[in-house]
Design a protein around this ligand. Structure first.
Ligand SMILES: *Cc1c(COP(=O)(O)O)cnc(C)c1O
Ligand SMILES: [Zn+2]
Length: 408
């Protein structure tokens, strides 16, 4: 099917390719991207159709490069957009929303990209599904592969949080811990993808996988009443999600679903792994790879595949980049939880800490309507904030003991 997709196209030289499991241009080595037939999509898609669709990212199926017949639907996407008045007040904004992707089936935004990648892998008839992961991707790939009954190989750095390791192992994939950083894991998996008939979701089917992140942009617009906010702040690891949110918004405009977007997009990184933010701070469009050392392990990609495109997009949308230290990340995780009742993982702490800095430095002004993307749930990175458990009181099971402890 899919008269909605023309094929793949090189982002650098524009050369066209068929819709196949390839990811780099064999002429210039540029990354490949899906090339859509927007006229066909426009003929079939309108606000009413989307609004009466399923309460998942599959409501946008014509804008995804896969046949929804092959979907493994755990209820991914269409997460709440929450007006965050208490957090807004605490950091000095008039209007703030949290896009709460902690409530996805495996508690992170990765369920969006995996939904598309696994449907495509099934359509392509791969014998197994695999990935190189900083943690959340492994959880999502393992869960969706289990639900599909597919063989699964997930590769992770050896030093991940227990929540992320157990959060993969529970689905009984082949779980491989690699002695090295994510960048080492990624290099190994790239080599393996050449000799195995496996769909590595973020490597050999990456052009399809990455399209799943557009749904964050679609949902933000739809949930605000078919319009864009003034500013979006999103975390950056490879830079893929950050760039695809903007692609999604531009597509909505192309289809006449929203007015000309004026939204600015800013990116958030941890200081212990900030190649994109550091390049931004140096006014450079080329980043220097880093060796990660941060509690925000899900964002710990030292050599980001979409770093260059992220930097271009900051310029294009008048956005900014910021970075946050480990202690600022923890403080922001606590602040988000205490003001809005949302327990985010360390990457969410990065986003809120960077949002706060952007407001403090006037890079986001008080009156800008701002959306912060919270991309993963806090029970996966309990290590970072487990100190709060020491605040519990221990009492004897009688009122006197309780009242005595309460006054102390
Ligand atoms: C993967 C991930 C991101 C963003 O990753 P990109 O590679 O930049 O698309 C953000 N937050 C969390 C929690 C993640 O797991
Ligand atoms: Zn090319």
């Amino acid at each position: 099917m899919n008269s909605y997709c023309n094929g793949l196209q090189c982002r650098e030289c524009g050369r066209k390719f068929d819709l196949e499991p390839i990811f780099a241009c064999d002429f210039c080595f540029g990354p490949l991207e899906v090339d859509y037939n927007y006229e066909n999509i426009k003929a079939d898609l309108n606000k009413n159709k989307i609004e009466s669709g399923p309460s998942s990212l599959w409501r946008y199926a014509p804008l995804l490069p896969c046949n929804p017949e092959f979907k493994i639907d755990l209820g991914d996407g269409f997460t709440p957009l929450i007006k965050a008045n208490r957090l807004a007040k605490a950091i000095g904004l008039d209007h703030l929303w949290i896009k709460n992707d902690t409530v996805n089936p495996t508690w992170s935004f990765k369920d969006r990209v995996v939904s598309v990648a696994i449907a495509k892998a099934i359509e392509f008839n791969f014998s197994a599904i695999a990935c190189a992961s900083t943690g959340n991707l492994a959880n999502s790939v393992a869960a969706h592969a289990a639900a599909a009954g597919l063989d699964c190989y997930v590769f992770i750095p050896q030093d991940l949080e227990q929540g992320k390791v157990v959060g993969s192992a529970i689905y009984a994939p082949n779980l491989i811990k690699v002695e090295g950083s994510y960048d080492d894991v990624n290099r190994l998996c790239t080599e393996l993808s050449m000799v195995k008939n496996w769909a590595f979701v973020n490597i050999n089917v990456r052009p399809y996988y990455s399209e799943g992140s557009k749904t964050l942009g679609f949902e933000i617009c739809e949930q605000l009443g078919w319009r864009t906010p003034d500013h979006i702040v999103a975390p950056m690891a490879s830079g893929s999600m950050y760039t695809k949110i903007w692609k999604g918004i531009k597509e909505f405009h192309k289809l006449g679903l929203i007015d000309e977007p004026k939204v600015r997009l800013s990116g958030a990184q941890a200081s212990g792994c900030s190649p994109i933010t550091t390049a931004y701070e140096n006014n450079s469009f080329t980043f220097v790879p880093q060796k990660p050392d941060t509690i925000a392990k899900s964002l710990a990609i030292g050599n980001p595949a979409d770093g260059y495109y992220a930097l271009k997009q900051m310029e294009e949308t008048n956005g900014h980049a910021a970075q946050a230290s480990d202690s600022e990340i923890i403080e922001a995780m606590n602040l988000l939880a205490e003001t809005e009742g949302i327990f985010a993982e360390t990457a969410g702490g990065v986003t809120i800490a960077c949002l706060k800095k952007l407001v403090e430095t006037n890079k986001i002004t008080k009156s800008e309507e701002t959306v912060a993307v919270i991309s993963g749930g806090g029970l996966k990175t309990i290590e970072a904030v487990s100190d709060v458990a020491n605040n519990a009181m221990l009492v004897k099971p009688n009122i006197d003991s309780f009242e005595m402890n309460l006054t102390h």
